[in-house]
Write a protein of this length. Structure first.
Length: 132
């Protein structure tokens, strides 16, 4: 009987301490832009999960192509979250890679499609990111 109680107590202790980490990467591109969205979640049994993401948007052309760029706006949307960013330039940009990240927030499933919209000067492109 003592062994059975010890076994169940050990099993309960191991289960309570278990931690699971998942991560997904989503990629996509349009004519002028490419993006990557990385999602990570760490779940501990009996505790709140910790979710975070990183978003990278990169212009596929050269800096010279966008030397007159004054403003860029971009947004991306998952099933449960929408993020909008805007940046204005008083001088020609030194990079055309834009990043964002956050901790906390909504869960993202591996099968989701993430919609991205990029607006710059008088142009607009939209595309989807899919899990790889």
């Amino acid at each position: 009987m003592k062994k059975i109680i010890t076994f169940f107590f050990s099993l309960l202790l191991l289960t309570a301490c278990s931690e699971m980490t998942i991560g997904y990467k989503f990629n996509g591109e349009s004519e002028h832009w490419e993006a990557e969205y990385s999602y990570f979640s760490t779940e501990k049994w009996g505790k709140q999960s910790v979710d975070r993401y990183e978003f990278i948007l990169n212009y596929k052309g050269s800096l010279e192509d966008q030397s007159s760029l004054k403003k860029i706006e971009y947004s991306f949307e998952t099933r449960n979250k929408r993020v909008y960013e805007s940046e204005e330039f008083t001088e020609p940009p030194s990079t055309l890679t834009f990043t964002g990240s956050s901790k906390g927030g909504a869960k993202v499933g591996k099968d989701e499609v993430i919609n991205v919209i990029v607006k710059w000067d008088n142009f607009e492109e939209s595309f989807e990111l899919h899990s790889k």
